[in-house]
Design a protein around this ligand. Structure first.
Ligand SMILES: CC(C)(COP(=O)(O)OP(=O)(O)OC[C@H]1O[C@@H](n2cnc3c(N)ncnc32)[C@H](O)[C@@H]1OP(=O)(O)O)[C@@H](O)C(=O)NCCC(=O)NCCS
Length: 214
Protein backbone atom coordinates (compact mmCIF):
# COMPACT_ATOMS: atom_id res chain seq x y z
CA UNK A 1 0.00 0.00 0.00
CA UNK A 2 1.41 3.40 -0.94
CA UNK A 3 -0.28 6.40 0.63
CA UNK A 4 1.86 8.94 -1.13
CA UNK A 5 0.29 12.33 -1.63
CA UNK A 6 1.37 13.42 -5.12
CA UNK A 7 1.36 17.06 -3.95
CA UNK A 8 3.76 16.39 -1.10
CA UNK A 9 7.54 16.12 -1.22
CA UNK A 10 7.23 13.38 1.41
CA UNK A 11 6.01 9.84 0.75
CA UNK A 12 5.01 7.15 3.20
CA UNK A 13 5.62 3.63 1.96
CA UNK A 14 6.15 0.14 3.39
CA UNK A 15 9.68 -0.43 4.68
CA UNK A 16 11.89 -3.14 3.18
CA UNK A 17 15.21 -4.55 4.41
CA UNK A 18 16.90 -2.19 1.93
CA UNK A 19 15.70 0.73 4.11
CA UNK A 20 17.51 -0.61 7.14
CA UNK A 21 20.53 1.73 7.01
CA UNK A 22 18.36 4.82 6.43
CA UNK A 23 15.99 3.89 9.25
CA UNK A 24 18.91 3.17 11.62
CA UNK A 25 20.20 6.66 10.82
CA UNK A 26 16.84 8.22 11.74
CA UNK A 27 16.87 6.23 14.99
CA UNK A 28 20.34 7.53 15.86
CA UNK A 29 19.53 11.14 14.90
CA UNK A 30 16.48 11.13 17.19
CA UNK A 31 17.94 8.75 19.77
CA UNK A 32 18.63 11.16 22.62
CA UNK A 33 15.04 11.60 23.85
CA UNK A 34 14.01 12.95 20.44
CA UNK A 35 17.28 14.82 19.79
CA UNK A 36 20.43 13.79 17.91
CA UNK A 37 22.05 10.81 19.64
CA UNK A 38 25.10 10.63 17.36
CA UNK A 39 27.53 11.78 20.05
CA UNK A 40 26.09 9.36 22.63
CA UNK A 41 26.56 6.28 20.44
CA UNK A 42 29.66 7.30 18.46
CA UNK A 43 31.39 4.00 19.36
CA UNK A 44 28.63 2.01 17.58
CA UNK A 45 26.07 4.02 15.59
CA UNK A 46 24.01 0.84 14.98
CA UNK A 47 23.62 -0.07 18.64
CA UNK A 48 20.29 1.72 19.11
CA UNK A 49 18.74 0.71 15.79
CA UNK A 50 19.55 -2.91 16.61
CA UNK A 51 16.86 -2.71 19.30
CA UNK A 52 14.36 -0.15 18.03
CA UNK A 53 14.41 -0.62 14.24
CA UNK A 54 15.97 -3.82 12.90
CA UNK A 55 13.65 -6.44 14.42
CA UNK A 56 10.53 -4.47 13.46
CA UNK A 57 11.46 -4.29 9.78
CA UNK A 58 12.44 -7.96 9.77
CA UNK A 59 9.66 -9.48 11.91
CA UNK A 60 6.72 -7.07 11.43
CA UNK A 61 7.02 -5.88 7.81
CA UNK A 62 3.26 -5.30 7.55
CA UNK A 63 3.55 -2.69 10.30
CA UNK A 64 6.78 -0.99 9.18
CA UNK A 65 6.58 2.21 7.12
CA UNK A 66 9.21 4.74 6.15
CA UNK A 67 8.89 8.38 5.24
CA UNK A 68 11.00 9.42 2.27
CA UNK A 69 11.80 12.64 0.43
CA UNK A 70 14.26 13.50 -2.33
CA UNK A 71 17.13 13.41 0.18
CA UNK A 72 16.27 9.91 1.42
CA UNK A 73 14.66 8.22 4.40
CA UNK A 74 13.58 10.86 6.93
CA UNK A 75 11.26 8.97 9.25
CA UNK A 76 9.53 5.76 10.16
CA UNK A 77 6.65 4.35 12.11
CA UNK A 78 7.12 0.78 13.32
CA UNK A 79 4.68 -1.48 15.10
CA UNK A 80 4.32 -4.94 16.57
CA UNK A 81 0.88 -6.54 16.55
CA UNK A 82 1.35 -8.84 19.54
CA UNK A 83 4.07 -7.50 21.84
CA UNK A 84 4.53 -10.78 23.69
CA UNK A 85 5.13 -12.80 20.49
CA UNK A 86 7.34 -10.08 19.09
CA UNK A 87 9.55 -9.83 22.17
CA UNK A 88 9.87 -13.61 22.33
CA UNK A 89 11.06 -13.68 18.74
CA UNK A 90 13.52 -10.84 19.32
CA UNK A 91 14.99 -12.67 22.29
CA UNK A 92 15.16 -16.05 20.53
CA UNK A 93 16.14 -15.01 17.00
CA UNK A 94 17.37 -11.41 16.85
CA UNK A 95 19.61 -10.97 19.89
CA UNK A 96 21.74 -14.17 19.69
CA UNK A 97 23.96 -13.03 16.76
CA UNK A 98 24.25 -9.56 18.33
CA UNK A 99 25.42 -11.17 21.57
CA UNK A 100 28.18 -12.95 19.69
CA UNK A 101 29.36 -9.71 18.11
CA UNK A 102 28.98 -7.56 21.25
CA UNK A 103 29.95 -9.18 24.56
CA UNK A 104 28.11 -8.06 27.67
CA UNK A 105 29.87 -5.20 29.46
CA UNK A 106 31.53 -6.02 32.77
CA UNK A 107 32.38 -3.95 35.82
CA UNK A 108 30.50 -1.08 37.40
CA UNK A 109 27.37 -0.22 35.33
CA UNK A 110 27.91 3.43 36.26
CA UNK A 111 31.09 3.34 34.16
CA UNK A 112 29.42 1.92 31.01
CA UNK A 113 29.00 4.05 27.93
CA UNK A 114 25.44 4.45 26.52
CA UNK A 115 26.41 1.89 23.86
CA UNK A 116 27.55 -0.59 26.49
CA UNK A 117 24.23 -0.11 28.29
CA UNK A 118 22.50 -1.21 25.06
CA UNK A 119 24.84 -4.21 24.74
CA UNK A 120 23.76 -5.18 28.25
CA UNK A 121 20.17 -5.17 26.97
CA UNK A 122 21.08 -7.54 24.13
CA UNK A 123 22.20 -9.99 26.83
CA UNK A 124 19.55 -9.08 29.41
CA UNK A 125 16.43 -7.98 27.51
CA UNK A 126 14.57 -5.21 29.31
CA UNK A 127 11.23 -5.36 27.48
CA UNK A 128 8.49 -4.05 29.74
CA UNK A 129 5.11 -5.64 29.09
CA UNK A 130 3.20 -6.11 32.36
CA UNK A 131 -0.24 -7.71 32.56
CA UNK A 132 -1.86 -4.27 32.84
CA UNK A 133 -0.77 -3.55 29.23
CA UNK A 134 -2.61 -6.61 27.86
CA UNK A 135 -5.72 -4.70 26.76
CA UNK A 136 -3.28 -2.83 24.45
CA UNK A 137 -1.20 -5.75 23.11
CA UNK A 138 0.32 -3.91 20.13
CA UNK A 139 3.07 -1.33 20.47
CA UNK A 140 4.69 1.25 18.20
CA UNK A 141 7.58 3.67 17.66
CA UNK A 142 7.71 6.78 15.50
CA UNK A 143 10.68 9.04 14.72
CA UNK A 144 11.04 11.79 12.13
CA UNK A 145 14.18 13.75 11.26
CA UNK A 146 13.94 17.51 12.00
CA UNK A 147 13.27 18.37 8.34
CA UNK A 148 10.08 16.27 8.45
CA UNK A 149 8.79 17.40 11.84
CA UNK A 150 5.93 19.84 12.46
CA UNK A 151 4.27 19.32 9.06
CA UNK A 152 1.48 16.99 10.07
CA UNK A 153 3.45 13.96 8.88
CA UNK A 154 3.68 12.39 12.35
CA UNK A 155 -0.10 12.47 12.58
CA UNK A 156 -0.44 10.93 9.12
CA UNK A 157 2.01 8.16 9.91
CA UNK A 158 0.42 7.28 13.26
CA UNK A 159 -3.03 7.25 11.67
CA UNK A 160 -1.71 5.06 8.89
CA UNK A 161 -0.25 2.54 11.34
CA UNK A 162 -3.36 2.59 13.49
CA UNK A 163 -5.60 1.90 10.49
CA UNK A 164 -3.42 -1.11 9.74
CA UNK A 165 -3.54 -2.32 13.36
CA UNK A 166 -7.33 -2.03 13.33
CA UNK A 167 -7.46 -3.99 10.08
CA UNK A 168 -5.36 -6.71 11.69
CA UNK A 169 -7.79 -6.84 14.64
CA UNK A 170 -5.72 -5.21 17.38
CA UNK A 171 -7.82 -4.04 20.35
CA UNK A 172 -5.23 -1.51 21.54
CA UNK A 173 -1.72 -0.11 21.19
CA UNK A 174 0.80 1.15 23.73
CA UNK A 175 4.14 2.93 23.57
CA UNK A 176 6.93 4.13 25.84
CA UNK A 177 8.72 7.45 25.73
CA UNK A 178 11.39 9.27 27.67
CA UNK A 179 9.83 11.39 30.39
CA UNK A 180 11.90 14.37 29.26
CA UNK A 181 10.50 14.22 25.71
CA UNK A 182 7.65 16.64 26.40
CA UNK A 183 7.15 17.37 22.72
CA UNK A 184 6.43 13.74 21.91
CA UNK A 185 4.22 13.47 25.00
CA UNK A 186 1.99 16.33 23.79
CA UNK A 187 1.97 14.86 20.30
CA UNK A 188 0.77 11.47 21.59
CA UNK A 189 -1.90 13.16 23.72
CA UNK A 190 -3.11 14.89 20.56
CA UNK A 191 -3.16 11.50 18.86
CA UNK A 192 -5.53 10.11 21.49
CA UNK A 193 -3.04 8.32 23.76
CA UNK A 194 -3.45 8.45 27.55
CA UNK A 195 -1.03 7.67 30.39
CA UNK A 196 -0.98 4.08 31.61
CA UNK A 197 -0.95 3.78 35.41
CA UNK A 198 2.50 3.43 36.96
CA UNK A 199 3.55 0.77 39.46
CA UNK A 200 6.69 -0.04 41.47
CA UNK A 201 8.01 -2.03 38.52
CA UNK A 202 7.58 0.77 35.95
CA UNK A 203 11.06 1.76 34.71
CA UNK A 204 12.11 5.21 35.96
CA UNK A 205 12.28 7.97 33.38
CA UNK A 206 9.86 6.29 30.98
CA UNK A 207 6.20 7.21 30.44
CA UNK A 208 3.91 4.53 29.00
CA UNK A 209 0.81 5.56 27.07
CA UNK A 210 -1.94 3.64 25.31
CA UNK A 211 -4.85 4.01 22.95
CA UNK A 212 -7.79 1.68 22.63
CA UNK A 213 -8.65 0.59 19.07
CA UNK A 214 -10.51 1.02 16.82
C1 LIG B 1 7.12 13.52 17.97
C2 LIG B 1 6.94 13.50 16.44
C3 LIG B 1 6.73 12.06 15.98
C4 LIG B 1 5.68 14.32 16.09
O1 LIG B 1 5.51 14.31 14.68
P1 LIG B 1 5.26 15.69 13.90
O2 LIG B 1 5.16 15.38 12.48
O3 LIG B 1 6.33 16.63 14.31
O4 LIG B 1 3.87 16.14 14.49
P2 LIG B 1 2.64 16.68 13.63
O5 LIG B 1 3.09 17.87 12.86
O6 LIG B 1 2.06 15.55 12.82
O7 LIG B 1 1.63 17.10 14.76
C5 LIG B 1 0.44 16.35 15.00
C6 LIG B 1 -0.35 17.05 16.04
O8 LIG B 1 0.38 17.06 17.26
C7 LIG B 1 0.50 18.40 17.70
N1 LIG B 1 1.82 18.58 18.31
C8 LIG B 1 3.00 18.19 17.81
N2 LIG B 1 3.99 18.57 18.64
C9 LIG B 1 3.37 19.24 19.67
C10 LIG B 1 3.82 19.90 20.84
N3 LIG B 1 5.11 19.99 21.14
N4 LIG B 1 2.91 20.45 21.65
C11 LIG B 1 1.59 20.40 21.40
N5 LIG B 1 1.11 19.79 20.29
C12 LIG B 1 1.99 19.23 19.45
C13 LIG B 1 0.39 19.27 16.48
O9 LIG B 1 -0.05 20.57 16.80
C14 LIG B 1 -0.63 18.51 15.68
O10 LIG B 1 -1.93 18.78 16.11
P3 LIG B 1 -3.14 18.96 15.04
O11 LIG B 1 -2.99 17.80 14.08
O12 LIG B 1 -4.36 18.89 15.86
O13 LIG B 1 -2.88 20.26 14.39
C15 LIG B 1 8.15 14.12 15.70
O14 LIG B 1 8.25 15.48 16.03
C16 LIG B 1 9.46 13.43 15.99
O15 LIG B 1 9.75 12.41 15.38
N6 LIG B 1 10.27 13.98 16.90
C17 LIG B 1 11.61 13.47 17.19
C18 LIG B 1 11.65 12.02 17.60
C19 LIG B 1 10.73 11.71 18.74
O16 LIG B 1 10.67 12.40 19.75
N7 LIG B 1 10.01 10.59 18.58
C20 LIG B 1 9.13 10.06 19.60
C21 LIG B 1 9.91 9.18 20.48
S1 LIG B 1 8.88 8.40 21.69
Amino acid sequence: MDVSDPNSAFHIRPATPRDMAGAYEVCLKTGDSGNDGTALYSDDPSALGNIYVGPYIMFEPELAYVLEDAAGICGYVLGALDSECFYRRVIQEWFPPLRTRHPAPVGDPASWTPTQQLYYEYHNPQFYYPDTFRPYPSHMHIDLLPRAQGRGLGRRMVEHLIAKLVKLGSPGVHLGLSAVNTRAYRFYQKMGFFDLPRSESTPAGVIFMARRLP
